[in-house]
Design a protein around this ligand. Structure first.
Ligand code: HMG
Ligand code: MG
Length: 285
């Protein structure tokens, strides 16, 4: 039987958060519902962050309330602090995620604190998620390059990933936030992280700015990673990562994995329908 690779669909959150024109909650709900029919086990729906920082996600509770929940799908939300966690919990998020950085420059711009302070802020979120029985995921951003600090030392990524696991994250997603990672730098980063965290608890989250994301997934597969984050139609970007393009396109990842003999459980026809709709949500469309 073909080995399974899990795709964590990011488009409603990472895909849309950077769109300059406010997208109607009804359209976000429609996107999530189309994605729910594709066979994903996990979909990141929204984030409970400050609406001043990311206005596009201000309708987080409305979107979570409006989706038609498919059986077997975990609907996830980003929660930077306890306030975000409580709101996500009240809105019925099935899992939540804390998001840190391996570079100080990005941590300061993205969540307004140092890496050490972020881990302190995450601790009560992790505790509350544990007490509520809500699975907690962690992100490390800028795993190879930072738009403010330049190249990221691999050992720093390993430290932050290990700290997130220590807080209780079931999995840590390694983010090439600006899509500047090359197969060589991703390999060096993974080799360092794998000394601290096993592949079974890691995911690859690659943006495709330089068109190397599929190769970076290949390097990650070779090292045993079996979970990847992607967005239909390659939607995305981060408001605090200038120049960052979208996540690698889910359609491309599904096709590449099939060619390499992995099974994803994603229906390509339904995926194409979701991607076509996602494309209509781009402000440039
Ligand atoms: P802060 O200013 O340091 O914190 O922001 P604060 O506690 O002083 O709060 C500031 C204001 O936000 C206050 O409102 C709070 O009430 C409000 P005011 O008094 O000014 O009216 N606030 C909140 N509102 C709603 N929900 C909340 C919340 N918390 C505070 N949970 C904070 C700190 C983290 C809140 C802020 O920096 C923030 O929201 N940042 C979000 C950044 C973000 O969402 N970035 C994109 C996601 S990360 C990403 O894309 C990378 C990833 O894809 C992986 C990769 O690619 O690398 C995950
Ligand atoms: Mg991202």
């Amino acid at each position: 039987m073909a080995e399974r690779v899990t795709i964590f669909e990011m488009s409603p959150r990472d895909g849309l958060q950077n769109e300059p024109v406010q997208i109607a909650a009804a359209d976000k709900i429609r996107l999530v519902d189309l994605l729910s029919a594709c066979g994903f086990a996990r979909i990141e729906v929204t984030s409970f962050v400050s609406p001043k920082w990311v206005p596009q996600m201000a309708d987080a509770a409305e979107v979570l309330a409006g989706i038609a929940r498919a059986e077997g799908v975990s609907y996830a939300a980003l929660t930077p602090n306890l306030r975000g966690f409580e709101a996500a919990r009240a809105a019925g998020a099935d899992e939540v995620a804390i998001f840190g950085s391996a570079s100080e420059g990005f941590s300061a711009r993205n969540i307004n604190c140092s890496i050490a302070e972020s881990l302190e802020r995450f601790a009560p979120v992790a505790e509350a998620a544990g007490a509520a029985g809500i699975p907690l995921r962690g992100y490390v951003s800028c795993v190879t390059d930072c738009p403010y600090d330049g190249p990221t030392p691999p050992g720093r990524v390993a430290e932050v990933a290990a700290a997130l696991i220590g807080l209780g994250c079931y999995e840590v997603s390694l983010g090439d936030t600006i899509g500047a990672g090359m197969p060589e730098t991703v390999a060096a980063m993974l080799d360092a992280v794998l000394e601290a965290v096993p592949a079974s608890r890691l995911a690859g989250h690659y943006h495709d700015t330089r068109g190397r994301a599929l190769e970076n997934i290949g390097v990650s597969l070779d090292r045993g990673l079996r979970v990847f984050d992607s967005s239909v139609a390659g939607l995305g970007g981060c408001p605090y990562a200038p120049g960052a393009k979208g996540n690698v396109a889910t359609e491309a990842v599904v096709a590449m994995l099939a060619m390499r003999g992995f099974e994803t459980g994603i229906d390509p026809r339904r995926l194409a329908a979701a991607a076509a709709f996602a494309n209509t949500l781009r402000s440039a469309a």
